[in-house]
Design a protein around this ligand. Structure first.
Ligand SMILES: Nc1nc2c(ncn2[C@@H]2O[C@H](COP(=O)(O)OP(=O)(O)OP(=O)(O)O)[C@@H](O)[C@H]2O)c(=O)[nH]1
Ligand SMILES: [Mg+2]
Length: 281
């Protein structure tokens, strides 16, 4: 030890050891950085792949057959609960029926009109045997006769409150119109009933981007105060198609899985197998 110190021979190797050690540490740091970058890259590719898969699942579901199968004017006339249901709710004229048409790529599946109060019953549509879409009457339509309004709007509220198969309410707000007390009342009703709802801004083509951005921020702030509200708010336009892909993908998450390529139709409607199944492995 003293020898080393005396002739200084120990300094040289320990200096190069230090440099080598430093270079090694630098290399290790660079390797760790490269590994982290590769991990992030792989993660983002995976997220892109998952998102592309979700969008494709939504596209496929909504490209499937969609058929009107039931109209209910009274609560005691509802169809038997079956498939998971998504209901489209919102003020009269907000664009519910038009959105159902735009999502399914049909022009006149649900009847839309510029006259508020067009839809006066609950209209049920079967989407590919995997999801039921419910086009609802609107609320807040001041011109309707009182007793008529009580009928169809009462039906709407009762349905929202008590339908066991209702998986989500898509609650539409017009981008061009201020939020109304009736919108807040519906949100509170859904909070109380613990029915998940998702705010969707409609008619985004009718406002300037700055206004849409402000509306979107307002809606997001609103969502944070409501426990049953879905955390995302989607801006849509049935005219330009804005938001349709995303909404299709989100709703596809709620649908029954697509039938196996080896069978036809709905799983629960498949005919019983004629040959005995092999025992479980
Ligand atoms: N510019 C524009 N107009 C839209 C859009 N969506 C709907 N509309 C128009 O808004 C009007 C009302 O649309 P509907 O789909 O009938 O509205 P609703 O909510 O079903 O109305 P009710 O059944 O009366 O409650 C129609 O004239 C539609 O063409 C949109 O994205 N952009
Ligand atoms: Mg309608």
């Amino acid at each position: 030890m003293d020898d080393h110190a005396a002739d200084g021979a120990g300094d040289q190797p320990s200096g190069s050891q230090h440099l080598a050690g430093q270079a090694g540490a630098d290399q290790a740091g660079a390797d760790a950085e490269a590994a982290e970058a590769a991990r992030l890259e792989a993660e983002s590719l995976e997220a892109e792949r998952v998102e592309a898969e979700r969008l494709e699942a939504g596209r496929l579901l909504f490209a499937g057959e969609c058929q009107f199968f039931y109209a209910a004017q009274r609560l005691d006339q509802l169809p038997e609960p079956g498939l998971p249901e998504v209901a489209f709710a919102g003020r009269s004229n907000v664009g519910k029926s038009t959105l159902v048409n735009a999502l399914t790529g049909r022009k006149a599946l649900a009847r839309a009109s510029n006259t508020p109060g067009r839809t006066r019953q609950l209209n049920f549509f079967d989407l590919a045997g995997r999801l039921t879409l419910v086009d609802m009457p609107g609320y807040g339509y001041a011109q309707a006769a009182k007793e008529v309004k009580a009928d169809w709007q009462g039906l709407m509220f009762e349905f929202l409150r008590g339908r066991p198969t209702l998986r989500r309410v898509v609650l539409l707000l017009d981008s061009r119109i201020e939020l109304k007390a009736s919108d807040l009342a519906v949100m509170e009703l859904l909070d109380r009933a613990a029915v998940t709802y998702q705010l969707v801004l409609t008619k985004a083509d009718g406002v300037r981007p700055g206004v849409l951005g402000r509306k979107h921020a307002e809606a997001l702030a609103l969502v944070r105060k409501h426990p049953a509200a879905f955390p995302d708010v989607l801006a849509t336009s049935s005219e330009t198609g804005l938001g349709m892909e995303t909404l299709r993908a989100e709703l596809a998450d709620l649908a029954l899985p697509s039938p196996s390529p080896f069978g036809r139709g709905r799983r629960k409607q498949q005919a019983p197998a004629l040959t005995p199944r092999p025992p479980h492995r």
